[in-house]
Design a protein around this ligand. Structure first.
Ligand SMILES: Cc1cc2nc3c(=O)[nH]c(=O)nc-3n(C[C@H](O)[C@H](O)[C@H](O)COP(=O)(O)O)c2cc1C
Ligand SMILES: [Mn+2]
Length: 578
């Protein structure tokens, strides 16, 4: 969010050399990495295309095994054949696919984002652009198959949606006051060959909303350009939440590490990515609204019909070899949740660590399956973090987004934040809800079906589920025993293991040298030695279930050798100093 304000781009001539991959090169890279499935049989864009890809999110396929799908033979219910292929999942079906688009390792995605936001790069204005190889405008758009009906825009949720909707539709508009462009992904309902509905959701505080309101106040229409498919760095930035006066195309340059080539639109005064696949130009009407939706939404429910804005199309420009990109959204996990998640988590971490200066924060994880990122946010903090800083992290994570953080949970690093079972485990044993829970009032309920209860306002639940006391160890065999057993497991050719944390025991602080010695002896087979010592500790003055550590003098009943630390694995027994 700390992007510097950058001046307007300068025209640098006709050259369209570039330092980043376009969509075609990106797809070739995915194909080479075995991450792209190309389907040449006919697929009905309205009834088959999204349901087919949906199965990889609802069919028990692990994230790393999901793929991008390229459909080369797209048809519709009326038997129409489209000459433009459709690709789904090519941007963010998995972190691996996303990292190919970022040109960095999966572990470096967060770092790359925060660097790009802090170091935007001005675009390069060109006059000759691939995205304008084919131009259809004016009355030509009304000819059969020449307007929006030329584009194979799929139906995302057949059976509920009231038409095809663009999904990776990156709306570019310009602030009527200061001229700064904004680019954000908002869906587009295909309403006629020249009319595209839109839904800028209030709770997302979309950048285009302010432009639309300013244009309306001036009594003007809002010029807009909608990009359907483009270089990955540009697409990724369209899903990122940036400060209002930051042009996403500059941050896309930061991501790519090179200026993004842009070209002036044919019928509106806007700059669009030169290597875009398809560009829809037009004006968003400000004097009237129209019903838009039902449409299956990323909160997992169908968004019912609302009055919203619409655009009158003035031109459709495209590459000769254009590929239409569609994003699979609705019930999470999805491509839509992943593209947002990997962009937002680093922003959260940066906010807590750098802007708020909370040193103990290690990681922020937005829970994805079914809840869709904004509802459940886990903040991983170092165990040494003071309680006041844990709470600052909870407040900070709950307030970064207008409607983000309905449940915010602080945990320590041994809890896997991506595992809801582990989150419940931490809340169950490490939080006392009489002490470690707060409710914040007056929160925006955000994305999803809204209830009129409580005046439409929701609340946030903040839970400190970090360890406050030393606990006994996790009751699994110590790491070395599990690792050794894994080798035997594999030698035996048993089914492939997918270790789930916790998969070995570890100390949580409450473990004495005496306990360590007894366990060490046990695995050596010397447990009768312990048995003899235990006999010496016999008492008749304590009740059942009295913890030995609470009985005064229990150690003094044994000799010194019975409480010293056992030998380290590498040291010999006799030489151990404990
Ligand atoms: C596939 C997809 C579809 C989206 N559709 C919408 C939408 O219809 N309306 C909306 O307000 N936000 C939508 N979003 C979220 C916005 O893209 C996101 O909030 C982004 O930050 C908006 O950019 P802006 O802040 O410049 O407006 C969508 C995101 C994705 C990934
Ligand atoms: Mn923006």
């Amino acid at each position: 969010m700390a992007a510097k304000k950058t001046p307007s781009p300068k025209a640098t001539g006709k050259s369209a050399g570039r330092g980043y991959a376009d969509l075609h090169e990106h797809l070739a890279a995915l194909d080479k990495a075995g991450l792209l499935i190309t389907i040449d049989r006919p697929i009905n864009k309205d009834t088959e295309l999204h349901p087919l890809v949906r199965w990889q999110f609802r069919g028990g396929i692990a994230e790393p095994d999901r793929k991008a799908f390229l459909f080369t033979n797209v048809v519709d219910g009326k038997g129409k054949k489209y000459d433009i292929p459709v690709v789904v999942g090519a941007l963010a079906a998995t972190r691996k696919i996303y990292s190919v688009g970022m040109g960095c390792a999966i572990e470096d995605i967060g770092k790359t984002w925060n660097h790009a936001i802090a170091h935007p790069v001005l675009p390069n204005v060109v006059t000759d652009a691939p995205c304008q190889e084919i131009v259809v405008m004016g009355k030509e758009l009304l000819k059969k198959g020449k307007g929006l009906d030329s584009l194979p825009i799929p139906i995302s949720t057949p059976g509920w949606d009231n038409g095809p909707y663009t999904t990776l539709s990156q709306y570019i508009s310009k602030d009527p006051d200061n001229g700064i462009q904004n680019m954000g992904i908002y869906r587009g309902q295909v309403k006629s060959p020249t009319r595209l509905g839109m839904n800028p959701s209030m709770e997302n505080q979309p950048g285009i909303m302010a432009h639309w309101e300013k244009a309306k106040a001036r009594g003007e229409r809002l010029p807009a350009a909608v990009i359907l498919g483009c270089p990955p760095s540009v697409a990724f930035t369209s899903a990122q939440k940036l400060a209002e006066d930051v042009d996403e195309l500059h941050v896309a340059g930061g991501l790519a590490g090179a200026p993004i080539n842009v070209v002036k639109c044919k019928t509106v005064d806007l700059l669009v990515p030169a290597e875009a696949e398809i560009v829809i130009e037009g004006y968003i009407v400000t004097e009237a609204l129209e019903p838009e939706a039902p449409f299956g939404e990323s909160h997992g429910h169908v968004n019912l019909q609302e009055y919203n804005a619409y655009m009158e199309v003035t031109a459709i420009t495209r590459r000769k070899n254009a590929i239409l990109t569609s994003i699979i959204s609705q019930v999470t996990p999805s491509e839509s949740s992943l593209i947002k998640r990997v962009a937002l988590e680093p922003v959260f971490l940066n906010h807590l660590k750098r802007s708020m200066g909370i040193k103990g924060v290690i990681k922020v994880s937005m829970h994805e399956p079914l809840t869709n990122l904004r509802k459940v946010i886990a903040v991983v903090v170092d165990r040494k973090t003071p309680v006041s800083e844990v709470w600052r992290a909870l407040y900070g994570a709950a307030s970064l987004l207008r409607s983000g953080g309905k449940m915010v949970i602080a945990i320590n690093e041994d809890i896997d934040p991506d595992n809801a079972d582990a989150l419940l485990w931490a809340m169950s044993y490490r939080a006392n809800f009489a002490l470690d829970l707060q409710i914040l009032q007056n929160r925006d309920p955000g994305h999803g079906p809204r209830s009129p209860r409580n005046g439409g306002l929701d609340a946030s639940l903040l839970i400190d589920a970090t360890l406050k006391d030393d606990f006994p160890p996790i009751a699994l065999p110590k790491k070395e025993f599990m690792e050794n057993a894994k080798k035997i497991w594999e030698e035996l050719g048993l089914p492939k293991l997918k270790p789930e944390a916790p998969w070995h025991g570890y100390s949580l602080g409450d473990w004495t040298d005496r306990n360590a010695l007894m366990a060490e002896r046990a695995v050596r087979g010397d447990y009768f030695v312990t048995g003899e010592e235990i006999a010496k500790q016999r008492r008749s003055d304590v009740k059942m279930n009295t913890e030995v550590k609470h009985v005064p003098g229990f150690e003094a009943m044994l000799g010194k050798s019975a409480v010293k630390k056992p030998a380290k694995k590498t040291a010999t027994k006799t030489k151990s100093k404990g």
